[in-house]
Design a protein around this ligand. Structure first.
Ligand code: ADP
Ligand code: ZN
Length: 218
């Protein structure tokens, strides 16, 4: 199964797509995670990406598309993949479609995680990432008061791009560049919408249900 997770920053794409990847045993590919790993590793790609990410802007298409094509060419993707945070522009979506056609594949489903702007902003403000195991938490919903990871005990940090001024720029980029992709995938009848206003567990149950129902129709 080849899947895409769409949705605004803070919608919960990362949490849901990682969990799905564990359950169905196909690789989770997050462009944001790959960029962040390159930034911590001090690579050339990391240095370039950081200039955009720190301002809440998108990394240029040619860089991002090349990086994803390379990842999708690795052998573990032959059994399927879950893309989290890619495509984010129409140009990326078209490049992905051509690349998949060239390699005899196609996208099966696109899951759009939907929630209100006020909930998004709230979620991003309370999001913390573990510096040890890299899991993401919401301080409010996980009831964390000591700023320590409930799984490994390491400290939790705020992502630099979750600061309020950067959040605003990310939402602008989302509305301008990424929202048009919803229509793109509606036209190809691949889009499944899942409400994420509720608890994480409910969102995940909705995703599983949506995939199963739509899968049975085909
Ligand atoms: P979120 O979905 O919460 O915004 P991500 O981890 O997916 O976070 O992305 C973090 C940042 O990495 C984005 O704000 C953007 O700067 C960059 N980025 C990630 N994916 C892409 C992409 N497909 N195209 C361009 N830039 C990207
Ligand atoms: Zn941890």
């Amino acid at each position: 199964m080849n899947l895409i997770f769409l949705g605004a920053p803070g919608a919960g794409k990362g949490t849901a797509s990682k969990k799905l990847s564990e359950i169905i045993g196909i690789p989770h590919i997050s462009t944001g995670d790959i960029f962040r790993a390159n930034i911590s590793g001090g690579t050339e790609l990391g240095r370039l990406a950081e200039q955009y990410i720190s301002k809440g802007h998108l990394v240029p298409d040619d860089v991002t598309i090349g990086m994803v094509k390379a990842r999708l060419s690795e052998p573990d993707c032959s059994k399927g993949f879950i893309l989290d945070g890619f495509p984010r522009t129409l140009n990326q979506a078209e490049a992905l479609d051509s690349f998949l056609t060239e390699t005899g594949r196609k996208i099966d489903r696109v899951i759009d995680i939907v929630l209100s702007e006020s909930t998004l902003v709230d979620r991003l403000a309370y999001r913390r990432v573990c510096i040890g195991c890299k899991l993401s938490y919401n301080l409010k919903s996980h009831n964390i008061t000591d700023n320590l990871c409930p799984v490994c005990g390491s400290s939790l940090m705020m992502r630099d791009d979750d600061k309020p001024e950067v959040i605003a720029a990310r939402l602008v980029a989302y509305h301008k560049d990424t929202e048009p992709l919803i229509d793109y995938y509606v036209r190809t009848r691949k889009l499944v919408r899942v409400n994420s206003e509720e608890k994480i567990a409910d969102t995940f149950a909705n995703i599983l249900a949506a995939l199963e129902i739509k899968g049975m129709k085909q």
